[in-house]
Design a protein. Structure first.
Length: 351
């Protein structure tokens, strides 16, 4: 039997982290007596009001169970059955959701090779064609991830350019914001400045990767961009009956500055790790190390010698990245400690 009291120090994913203590307190505080089910409770009403404060007076928020569900629900609500979604080839909806947007959502994905995981209007244009052609799924949405699956960030100007292009062609812009907080913290901007202010129509608002037990939300930023979403939420198994506990978590994260504190800490730990790896490489203490992507948020992509990685992974959890032999992704979380980073660096330097 596995000993659940003893676990590896994890740099595998911010999903491995536990619940932030402030979030756990919020769940306990919501666990009082009876409250209306399916979103009729005071916590959900308060979160809906908060969403309008964060993203604009027209924002509508719909708590859901997980990120894949949020993405599928948002895109399915926005597109007709013949609609297609342009996305980066590394997008989570394309590589990590087991075909859910296509199998469950009934959507066609049009992936584009995107250096650094970021789409540009020029890249989108490669698949943005064929409207009115009954032989081709019609491109009606562009989906981007913030921060990207490769740990890079879209600036507000870059998002605005994509939104303008999408709207010019009658498409909506969807943002998978599973790590939106990390991007906003890194860029020094508000959540609104990365979403509604720059033309994003639909947002999958993340929470689990930033310390929640398991709560996300679909936020409709532009009225009318996702008709039927309340019904589809139920059809897609994303309408939780005891919604107050999901809403209480989202309130704990976004009502104050917890999202910013947690994301900033995770980003800082990744920067510490990247600096340590570069120092090991420069000193000759560890050869074969290369930072493969700019370290902008809480992800470090680095090449490591296979024998070193195998040895260190007996003490620390982190994953091999499938696109390149010898490339590994090391993720930091809200609860990653400086001493955890330093211990990993010391283990790598042991030779």
């Amino acid at each position: 039997m596995n000993d659940i009291s003893a676990s590896l120090v994890s740099f595998a994913s911010d999903n491995w982290a536990g619940i932030h203590p402030e979030v756990l307190d919020a769940i306990a505080a919501a666990n009082v007596g009876h409250a209306p089910a399916y979103g009729g409770d005071a916590w959900t009403e308060r979160f809906e009001q908060l969403a309008r404060t964060l993203f604009g007076a027209d924002a509508e928020a719909f708590p859901v169970v997980n990120g894949t569900g949020a993405n599928v629900l948002a895109l399915q609500a926005a597109l007709p059955r013949w609609g297609a979604v342009i996305c980066a080839h590394t997008a989570h909806i394309h590589t990590d959701e087991t075909g859910a947007p296509e199998k469950t959502g009934g959507l066609k994905l049009l992936p584009v090779e995107a250096p650094g995981g970021k789409l540009t209007p020029e890249l989108v244009a490669r698949e943005a064609w064929g409207w009115g052609n009954e032989h081709r799924a019609e491109p009606l949405a562009v989906s981007i991830t913030q921060s990207t699956e490769l740990g890079t960030c879209y600036t507000p100007d870059e998002i605005r350019a994509l939104a303008d292009q999408a709207h010019e062609h009658g498409m909506v812009l969807h943002l998978d914001g599973s790590r939106l907080g990390n991007a906003a913290a890194a860029l020094g901007v508000s959540l609104r400045e990365l979403t509604s202010d720059v033309g994003v129509d639909l947002l999958s608002l993340g929470g689990t990767k930033n310390g929640l037990l398991g709560a996300e939300a679909v936020v409709v930023l532009q009225p009318g961009s996702a008709p039927g979403l309340p019904y589809l939420r139920k059809m897609n198994l994303q309408l939780t009956s005891k919604m107050r506990f999901a809403s209480a978590q989202l309130l704990a994260l976004y009502e104050g500055d917890l999202w910013l504190r947690s994301a900033s800490h995770a980003n800082a730990m990744a920067a510490r790790l990247a600096a340590g790896l570069e120092a090991l490489a420069a000193s000759g203490a560890l050869s074969g190390v290369r930072i493969a992507q700019p370290v902008e948020v809480n992800a470090v992509f680095a090449t490591l010698p296979a024998e070193v990685a195998a040895r260190v992974r007996s003490q620390f959890a982190f994953g091999a990245w499938p696109t390149e032999p010898g490339l590994y992704r090391l993720m930091c979380a809200f609860d990653t400690r400086p001493e955890d980073v330093d211990a990993l660096l010391a283990a790598l330097a042991e030779g």
